[in-house]
Write a protein that binds this ligand. Sequence first.
Ligand SMILES: *Cc1c(COP(=O)(O)O)cnc(C)c1O
Length: 380
Amino acid sequence: MRFSTKAIHAGQPPDPSTGAIMVPVYQSSTFVQAEPGVDKGYPYSRTANPTRKALEDCVAALEGGAVGLALSSGMAAIDCVLRDLRSGDHVVAGEDLYGGTRRLFSQCYEKFGVQFSYVDTTDLEATAAAVRKETRIIWIETPSNPLMRITDLGAVAKIGRERGIRTVADNTFATPFLQRPLEKGFDVVVHSTTKYMGGHSDVIGGAIITADPKVGEDLAFYQNAVGGVPGPMDCFLLLRGLKTLALRMERHSFNGMEVAKFLQGHPKVDRVFYPGLDGDPGHDLAKRQMDGFGGIVSFIVKGGVEAARRCATGTRLFALAESLGGVESLLDHPATMTHTSVPPEERVRIGLEDGLIRLSVGVEEIEDLLEDLVGALEGV
Ligand SMILES: *Cc1c(COP(=O)(O)O)cnc(C)c1O
C-alpha cells in the first residue's frame, strides 16, 4: 500500500463483528476474559484498547515502523521516550526545539541527574563533538521550531549508529507525508499528533514509532507503567484526521510556499524562514530529504517587538493562537507566546528575535490568506 491508502486503511479493517467501516470507539475500560489470564489481546484499556491499537498500527505504517504507540499528548510521548534514561545519562539536543520539550528536559529531567547539551544540529561537527561517553540520546527536530532549520537526518543517524546512541526525531512539523526519519536510519520518531496528524485542532495527542521491535517493547512498557494514554474517542478523532493527511499536507505545502514568496518580497519584512525558498540555507538538504516543505512559515517584521505586536493583532483570518497544523491558519509570536520558557539571552543566541512571527498556514484559499497578510502588514 502507498501512503494515502495506508492513511485510510492501515490498522483499520472493517469491524469483524458488525462490518462497521469506521473503527468503533471502544469506550470500555476492561474486557472479559475466557479463563483467568486468557484475553483477546486487551486485558485493560491502559495496556491496550482496540481503537487505540488501530491508531497505533496506522501511524506505524505511515512512518514505516514496526511499532507505534499512542500517548495522551506530544509531551507524554516525549516523556515516555525519556523514561529509559538514568541519572548520569546525557542527551545531545537541538538548540531550536519546541519550547515544551526544552522545559521538560530542564525542569523535570535535570533534577534527576540527566544532563542535556544543546547544539545547532544543522552543524554535524558540533553535533558529533557534543557527544560524551554518557550520551544515550541525540534528539532533533527538523524543520526546527520556529526557525525552520533543516538537520541532515541521514548524517545524524550515522553519528548515533556509529557510537551506539539512540537517535530520536520529533517529526511533528513534517509528518510522515513529507519526511520519514526511520527510513534515514533514525531509531525513534515522536509526534505531537495534536498538530498536522490530527489536523483539525480538536484533540491533544502524541505518538511514538520505532522500527526496532525491542525498543518498541521497552517503550510500550513505559506507556503502560506510567499510563499517559489517550482515550478511545481521541484515538477515533485522530484516525479520522489521518485519513486526509496527504490531501491536507499537499495544500499546506502549496499555501506555505505562496505565503513565503509573498513575505520574501514585502518591504516591511526583514527575513523569511521557509525551506522551500531558493535562498534558504536548508533548501538543498530539504529538497533531498523531504517530499515537500509544509505549512509553517516564520518571518521577522522590521521594527522589533512593537511591529510584531501590530502585525500579530492586525489579521482577520490568521487567528492569534498557540499550536499549529490545523486546517485553519494561525499566527504565533514565539517570544511572548510559545517560547517564553527559553531564557531571553538564549533566544538572542539562537536567533529567535523579538520581531519573529510564526505562521501556521492553513488550507483556506490562498488569495484570502494573502489579502489578510497584506492588510496586517499595512498596519505595521
Ligand atoms: C506541540 C508540539 C509538541 C508538544 O505536543 P502536545 O501535543 O502539545 O503535548 C512537541 N513537539 C512539537 C514540535 C510540537 O509542535
